[in-house]
Design a protein around this ligand. Structure first.
Ligand SMILES: C[S@@+](CC[C@H](N)C(=O)[O-])C[C@H]1O[C@@H](n2cnc3c(N)ncnc32)[C@H](O)[C@@H]1O
Length: 268
């Protein structure tokens, strides 16, 4: 991509069609028409157009504003990519594929997409810290509301055997492709919630809003093995007590507060 381009602007008082036809006959570059103004942009110089256009305007006795400016090109893709930052959470480094991995960190690749879960949100990063602390090699784990699959990928990288579910089909598609991108294996996945689980897990994760957690709390508990771990997040602190009440029969292992968000870890 060239660093500069030329922008030619022609705004005739009248005889607009005559100017437009002339421009169309002079250039193959794309032409923008905007409120009676004709704009041509090109990486080639358009300065040579100035004189003929001025002569044409005078020949047909039409007032016309004509200008040609050299402008700096903007690499929009690079600008967009620069706006997406990698994020470091405990031992994990979560990055888009155009950034380099970080030495001594567990690498997670997530490219921006429609599904939630880039690692930047407080709830996701708190869950990752909880996974780092409580998930062990060989754990059988269910990630409920997997979104981009980021938490399940973190758990798989710690050696867990992971199942995922989400009520949104796009999230399951996104999770499957992110598992491939991260060269990780997924054991099972389904569109739907924890109610469709066919076995009990040693770890059950759910980063969903408080109202949904309250609604599915019995299913989350019954899908967890005795002695297993439940990690729930997505809870605004004003709903903390309400969610805690639903898990009050379990042992409370850890409560993580990050800004106004709460993450809870229980043992069944
Ligand atoms: C906040 S996102 C969490 C994404 C990812 N796990 C993370 O931690 O970044 C919540 C996800 O839960 C899904 N979801 C909402 N209600 C659900 C339910 N009842 N059962 C399963 N998934 C649900 C949404 O589609 C969304 O993908």
């Amino acid at each position: 991509m060239s660093k500069e381009y030329f922008e030619l602007k022609i705004k005739p008082k009248d005889n607009y069609e005559l100017f437009l036809n002339l421009i169309l006959s002079l250039t193959d570059d794309a032409i923008e028409e905007n409120n009676g103004e004709i704009i041509v942009r090109s990486e080639e110089s358009l300065l040579d157009f100035l004189e003929p256009l001025e002569k044409f305007a005078s020949a047909i006795n039409t007032k016309c504003e004509i200008s040609c400016e050299k402008k700096e090109s903007i690499d929009w893709i690079k600008k967009y990519q620069d706006s997406i930052q990698a994020v470091e959470v405990g031992n994990f480094y979560i990055r888009p594929s155009w950034l380099e991995p970080k030495e001594d960190k567990i690498d997670i690749l997530i490219d921006p997409a429609l599904a939630f879960g880039s690692g930047h949100h407080e709830t996701t990063s708190s869950c990752i810290l909880a996974i780092d602390e409580f998930v062990k090699r060989g754990d059988e784990l269910l990630d409920v509301g997997t979104g981009s699959g980021i938490l399940a990928i973190a758990a798989a990288k710690k050696g867990a055997v992971v199942d995922v579910c989400d009520t949104d089909e796009i999230c399951i598609e996104s999770t499957l492709s992110n598992f491939e991108l991260n060269e990780q294996k997924i054991n099972n996945s389904w569109v739907g919630s924890v109610g469709f689980a066919k076995k009990k897990y040693s770890v059950v994760l759910a980063n969903i809003i408080a109202d949904v957690l309250v609604m599915i709390s019995d299913d989350l508990i019954s899908s967890t093995k005795d002695g297993g771990i439940i990690i729930v997040s997505g809870i605004l602190d004003k709903h903390e007590k309400r969610v805690l009440n639903r898990f009050s029969k379990l042992e409370e292992l850890k409560i993580i507060h990050k800004n106004e968000w709460v993450t809870m870890v229980f043992k069944k």
